[in-house]
Design a protein around this ligand. Structure first.
Ligand code: ADP
Ligand code: AMP
Length: 215
């Protein structure tokens, strides 16, 4: 199963990826998580990525494509993968197709979760996540049992720096300009599945599950 999860910031990709991971035996690869990890470790990659992330811009294609190719070459991806937040540009999608073709694979499903912009802003502004295990909550839609504390591991819940201020607006603009064209890209390939993400989490997941089971 070689699947990519698309959709604007706040569409629910990470939330759905957690459910997919629990139901299908494929690794979840989130480029956003990989960059945030690198930032928190203070690596060279993290220092480079942080310059773009803080202002809501995309990390340059060369850097992003490189880390994804490295990750896809790891053993656990032999049985398939769930890419979340990659590709985000046509250049990245073409690079992914080339890299997969070299090992006799292809993207089997591009699942696009769509949600109206006002709902995205509401979701992004209320998102909090665990510093330790990265579990994602929402202050209103999915609050933790105890404010500020992760239900799963007891870690501290924090707001992402790019979920505040101007970066939110910028990320939505960047999505519309650079990532939206991928819908047509995958439609032409015949692998696109569009899912209404403006419903409760389990309803959205039921539709995604159907797509995954059809592969
Ligand atoms: P993405 O990975 O696409 O940026 P997330 O999965 O982090 O999105 O979800 C963004 C925010 O919206 C989180 O706070 C999450 O708890 C909340 N959320 C996700 N799916 C839903 C849903 N179906 N209904 C309401 N809130 C949701
Ligand atoms: P996300 O967690 O998917 O919302 O990503 C957070 C940030 O990481 C984005 O705003 C970008 O700065 C960067 N990023 C994540 N994935 C990519 C990608 N495929 N291409 C470029 N930048 C990315």
């Amino acid at each position: 199963m070689n699947v990519i999860l698309m959709g604007p910031p706040g569409a629910g990709k990470g939330t759905q990826a957690d459910l997919i991971k629990a139901n299908f035996p494929i690794p979840h690869i989130s480029t956003g998580d990989m960059f945030r990890d690198a930032v928190s470790k203070g690596t060279d990659l993290g220092k480079e990525a942080k310059k773009y992330m803080d202002s809501g811009q995309l990390v340059p294609d060369e850097v992003t494509i490189g880390i994804v190719e490295e990750r896809l070459a790891q053993d656990d991806c032999k049985k398939g993968f769930l890419l979340d937040g990659f590709p985000r540009t046509v250049k990245q999608a073409e690079a992914l197709d080339r890299a997969l073709a070299q090992i006799g694979k292809k993207v089997e499903a591009a699942i696009d979760i769509y949600v109206p912009e006002d709902v995205l802003v509401e979701r992004i502004s209320g998102r909090i996540s665990c510093k330790n295990c990265k579990a994602v909550y929402h202050l209103t839609f999915n609050p933790p049992a105890k404010a500020g504390v992760c239900d799963k591991c007891g870690g501290e819940l924090v707001q992402r720096s790019d979920d505040q201020g101007e970066a939110v607006k910028k990320r939505l603009e960047v999505y519309a300009e650079q990532t939206n064209p991928l819908i047509e890209y995958y439609e032409k390939q015949g692998t696109l599945h569009r899912i209404d993400g403006n419903r409760n989490t389990m309803e959205v997941f039921a539709d995604i599950k159907k797509v995954m089971e059809s592969l």
